[in-house]
Write a protein that binds this ligand. Structure first.
Ligand code: 5GP
Length: 116
């Protein structure tokens, strides 16, 4: 992805492609993952396009990272029992496929599920 090539998540934020949006404010959007790996599988995505992964986000805007965590907690409370697994894949060999930072929020009965 380059600056001139919007990520799939930017296209969702811009309403160029549809998604099941479960939360949105000025800074973040949360959607249902199109290929869920758990009974509840949401993605919390900052609207800022500058950060490819969580390391970049943490270094540049820790408050925004904290907001992603708070949003994950709030959504896990709304959509499950408030307990959740938070996963940031960082790098291709770790399973990252979209290089616009996002948190996977996995909830429900996770004992039989592997990491996203
Ligand atoms: P990553 O592999 O980068 O950690 O996570 C990317 C996630 O985005 C995957 O779990 C994948 O299923 C999800 N995803 C990819 N394209 C779309 C899409 O167009 N819509 C939605 N809702 N999720 C998507």
């Amino acid at each position: 992805m380059t600056a001139s090539t919007p990520s799939i998540f930017t296209k969702i934020i811009d309403r160029d492609i549809p998604a099941d949006i479960v939360f949105e404010n000025d800074r973040v959007i949360a959607i249902r993952d199109i290929n869920p790996q758990a009974p509840v599988h949401l993605l919390v995505i900052p609207k800022a396009t500058a950060y490819a992964n969580v390391t970049e986000l943490a270094a540049a805007d820790p408050a925004l990272l904290a907001e992603i965590v708070t949003t994950a907690h709030n959504l896990a409370t709304l959509h499950a029992a408030g307990e959740y697994r938070l996963v940031f894949n960082s790098g291709e060999s770790a399973g990252q496929t979209v290089f616009h930072v996002h948190a996977h929020v996995l909830a429900g009965n996770l004992q039989e599920h592997t990491l996203a």
